[in-house]
Unconditional design. Structure first.
Length: 218
């Protein structure tokens, strides 16, 4: 629960500190500008709020690892929701409005997470899981998108180290294999999810795991 809060606060703070000109720079999400990614984070925050007030009375069907759907191909941008996010982001026009909306909805999502009972079962995307597992899964979401946010921004703050470590742990469980110890947590996440291609030496170190990559999470 605390790690969710730290990761989410760090990401929102990084967005709040961006100068206006950085919102039209590319993000680490292919085809998305920083402003598009921030708009996506607003929708993510809304999803957190909705899920935390959607209790379920049946047994969990997924946990923090199996919550994720894994594809072998990255998004093409043709998904209707992806296209909508780009249009919504451009409609804001003023980056300050994006910052305000993320702070407003994001703060509410953060408070809801802090107040939620970790053992409560909630429903989302036709699945049931505990609040603890749901928020743990979102540590990976926040950490990956924090890396996306700063992908082309040299001066932006990094995600928390413990969030990077937990996200690597989750990704390794999703992959069913560990990344080489020589890989930093950041590199394991970037290479593992296809955000960066491994160089020749890294490819050799990956061994059989290379055949499972990238893990495109949705």
């Amino acid at each position: 629960m605390d790690l969710f809060s730290r990761s989410w606060t760090a990401l929102r703070t990084a967005v709040a500190e961006l100068p206006d000109e950085d919102f039209t720079r590319p993000s680490g999400c292919s085809g998305w500008l920083v402003q598009d990614l921030v708009c996506h984070l607003i929708i993510d925050a809304q999803d957190v709020l909705i899920t935390l007030v959607t209790p379920a009375d049946t047994e969990p069907t997924v946990d923090a690892v199996t919550y994720w759907n894994v594809d072998d191909r990255p998004p093409t941008g043709e998904d209707p929701l992806d296209a909508l996010i780009v249009r919504l982001a451009s409609a804001y026009e003023d980056p300050g409005l994006l910052r305000f909306h993320l702070d407003d909805v994001g703060s509410a999502a953060g408070r809801a997470a802090e107040l939620a009972d970790p053992a409560l079962r909630v429903g989302t995307q036709d699945e049931v899981l505990t609040v603890e597992d749901y928020l743990t899964a979102y540590v990976l979401e926040w950490t990956l998108h924090h890396l996306d946010l700063i992908a082309h921004l040299a001066d932006a703050a990094e995600p928390p180290a413990d969030g990077l470590a937990k996200s690597r742990e989750l990704l390794e469980k999703i992959a069913g294999a560990a990344f080489p110890l020589s890989f930093s947590d950041r590199d394991a996440l970037l290479i593992g999810t296809g955000r960066r291609a491994p160089d020749a030496a890294e490819q050799a170190e990956l061994g059989e795991l290379a055949a499972k990559l990238p893990l495109v999470l949705g």
